[in-house]
Ligand binder design. Structure first.
Ligand code: NAG
Ligand code: NAG
Ligand code: NAG
Ligand code: NAG
Ligand code: NAG
Ligand code: NAG
Ligand code: NAG
Ligand code: NAG
Length: 575
């Protein structure tokens, strides 16, 4: 017996193949990457281990319970400790993993407050032995950027139930796109046209040209209040605006913007700052980002100085936006008091994300939802999904992270002429997830749409998937770039910036009244379609097809349509 053990134990520790189970593998690097050669055995890798949570289905159920108006638990958001009870791995898992790492003289440190992610630094030699892997150097053929990855990794079979996945291993960064650029850009230093003050429900024709959407026009269009409404300034809500991949918010530009577009506000009003992964906020003119700069300008101007805007900068990992998204979500979910409203306009396509990565990111968003956070994203500019110039984009390739059921996905609208009503934008991203099943809050609305289309094109998408967008808004914004230059942006990130500013105002009003904030807003939206201006015409071509049709009620082009602030406010006040 003793003799037998003595022979058996070292086998487990040094890791002979038979004792291992493959946790992830791919045949080749993805297109756009090629193998350079072996990596030095001494190079240090910082690997993240996802440990199985105790009860993710229970977390999801709880989110729906506390976010659905009419539920007895509506608004009873969870504390960090309460979320940890669903998310933390079991004590047995933790001790097994620590014993395994300890046998190789490695120690882990938790990344999240619940301990479902841990990080371990080790050399390439150690990683190859620990994970029966072959970490090598690959390069992005376009940028020549080098990264270390393996095509396969394993763990001892005894630990199969104790580790979900390890990152970075077989997941490569995206090459097709990370963040959609704005695709129209007219720069002018001409004086901006300030539209007349709102007088009625009609919108000034001056606003309806694509190039003059500014705060005053948006206040008219959606009935957004122009004055602070907060009676209790000490209780101000926090509105987080995200920046990734060297996309920064410029303070001098914000000041110039307020001077031009909100002369009634103190132009010295600025934003707070949260840094994740060493993120900075570079104030050089060249650092002013296409997302972060207009987004902070609108977040500040549309919330009337009534809400604390906070710029959240995540960086600067080597061109790896998905890891940045994961880190941001885990970091925010680990805060004692996360911002109640968060805007994130970075988006990609589901085909660029592994199912494990998408699920991990989405579960972190579910934790934020459980804490009472509204996380608001855009659906991108690629219509029904798929980059049209790629040869094969079928089935439709929907936008991620918009398809996560625990975020609010915002599509895009426009005015076709100065005399017509607001309508769907042909660029508005929309469709059905291949990763996430349809959440029940949208069951009735989406089934009604599918039935009305008589199942046309169903072969190109997964009818049972989470459908996006939820709502939509104007996709044009004037913004300030490089101090006094008025630039004009056409991008679906503008739509998300507008809607999230409205949610931040509504949350602020509730908090000031001593109530919980709006939290995860989707169940409320789907229960109150009347709070939106329905878009009934137009479609979103994509993937070399006409895409989906906009129609009466919810549709995968504009969701329920564009928001009416007074009607949403009425709903929120009644809760
Ligand atoms: C762990 O460290 C101890 C003491 O430094 C050393 O004797 C042992 O060989 C190491 N084990 C491994 C697997 O590296
Ligand atoms: C791993 O190394 C990085 C720097 O390379 C360091 O910032 C981090 O704290 C280390 N993590 C652990 C768990 O030691
Ligand atoms: C807009 O276009 C001009 C001229 O092509 C360019 O200099 C400027 O950097 C562009 N602005 C943005 C935000 O890309
Ligand atoms: C803004 O800051 C400047 C410079 O510190 C100061 O001169 C100005 O009075 C401030 N404006 C307001 C409205 O507080
Ligand atoms: C706004 O731009 C869209 C294209 O992005 C165009 O179809 C529409 O006609 C424009 N509307 C006006 C009023 O110029
Ligand atoms: C459709 O989506 C569901 C989950 O959303 C998934 O289980 C199923 O495999 C998907 N089907 C296809 C054909 O992609
Ligand atoms: C969209 O509408 C057009 C014209 O009415 C129709 O031919 C087409 O089949 C519709 N597409 C879908 C997906 O319903
Ligand atoms: C679906 O079928 C019904 C009944 O045949 C028809 O009235 C309707 O126009 C069809 N809708 C579409 C979008 O084709």
């Amino acid at each position: 017996m003793l003799k037998h053990l003595a022979v058996f134990l070292p086998l487990v520790i040094v890791g002979v193949g038979a004792e291992f189970v493959v946790l992830g593998r791919r045949d080749n690097p993805p297109p756009g990457f090629s193998l350079v050669g072996p990596t030095s055995g001494e190079e240090i890798l910082s690997l993240r281990f996802a440990l199985p949570s105790s009860d993710i289905p229970g977390l999801h159920e709880t989110v729906y319970d506390i976010s659905t108006p009419g539920s007895p638990r509506y608004g009873q958001y969870l504390t960090q400790e309460e979320v940890a009870q669903f998310v933390a791995p079991s004590a047995e898992t933790v001790s097994q993993v620590n014993a395994w790492l300890g046998a190789s003289n490695l120690t882990s440190s938790p990344i999240t407050s619940a301990g479902d992610w841990v990080s371990v630094n080790m050399t390439v030699d150690q990683a190859n032995a620990l994970l029966a892997a072959d970490f090598s150097t690959f390069q992005n053929d376009k940028t020549n950027q080098k990264i270390v990855r393996t095509l396969s990794y394993s763990i001892p079979s005894a630990l199969k139930a104790s580790v979900d996945w390890v990152h970075p291993t077989i997941n490569f960064p995206e090459t097709k796109t990370s963040s959609f650029p704005s695709f129209v850009n007219k720069t002018s230093s001409a004086a901006p046209r300030i539209p007349p003050a709102p007088t009625s429900v009609t919108v000034s024709p001056d606003c309806r040209t694509n190039s003059s959407w500014n705060p005053a026009c948006l206040q008219q269009l959606y009935g957004i209040p122009t004055n602070p409404v907060n009676a209790n300034p000490a209780a101000n809500a926090v509105f987080g605006v995200s920046g990734f991949s060297n996309d920064f918010a410029n303070k001098r530009d914000l000041k110039a913007f307020l001077e031009v577009y909100r002369p009634d506000m103190n132009p010295n009003r600025t934003f707070d700052f949260i840094s994740i992964d060493g993120g900075i906020n570079n104030q050089l003119p060249a650092g002013a980002g296409l997302d972060a700069n207009p987004n902070t300008q609108y977040a500040t101007a549309l919330t009337n100085g009534d809400v604390h805007v906070t710029f959240i900068s995540t960086g600067t990992l080597p061109n790896d936006p998905l890891t940045e998204l994961l880190d941001q979500a885990n970091y925010l979910a680990s805060l004692k008091n996360p911002p109640q409203t968060i805007l994130n306009t970075v988006t990609g396509l589901e085909s660029e994300v592994s199912a494990q990565m998408a699920t991990s990111i989405c579960n972190a968003y579910a934790q934020l939802a459980a804490r009472g956070v509204s996380y608001i994203v855009q659906t991108g500019i690629w219509g029904a999904g798929g980059i049209p110039f790629l040869p094969d984009c079928k089935p439709f390739d929907p936008p991620f992270p918009a398809t996560c059921p625990f975020v609010t996905a915002v599509g895009a609208t426009q005015f076709e002429t100065e005399d017509t009503a607001e309508t769907a934008s042909e660029f508005s991203g929309g469709g059905f997830s291949s990763f996430f099943t349809r959440p029940r809050y949208q069951d009735a609305a989406v089934s009604t749409y599918l039935k009305a289309t008589n199942n046309t094109h169903n072969a190109a998408f997964n009818v049972s998937g989470r459908a996006v967008p939820d709502v939509s808004a104007i996709q044009f914004l004037d913004w300030i770039l490089d101090n006094q230059i008025i630039d004009f942006l056409e991008s679906t990130s503008a739509s998300a910036a507008i809607f999230s500013s409205m949610v931040a105002l509504l949350t602020n009003e509730r908090i000031a009244a001593g109530k919980p904030g709006i939290g995860f807003i989707n169940p409320l939206l789907y229960a109150n379609p009347g709070a939106f201006n329905d878009m009934k015409t137009g479609n979103n071509p994509g993937c070399n097809t006409p895409g989906f049709n906009s129609s009466s009620g919810w549709d995968p082009v504009t969701g329920f349509g564009s928001p009416s602030f007074p009607r949403l406010q009425q709903v929120c006040r009644s809760l």
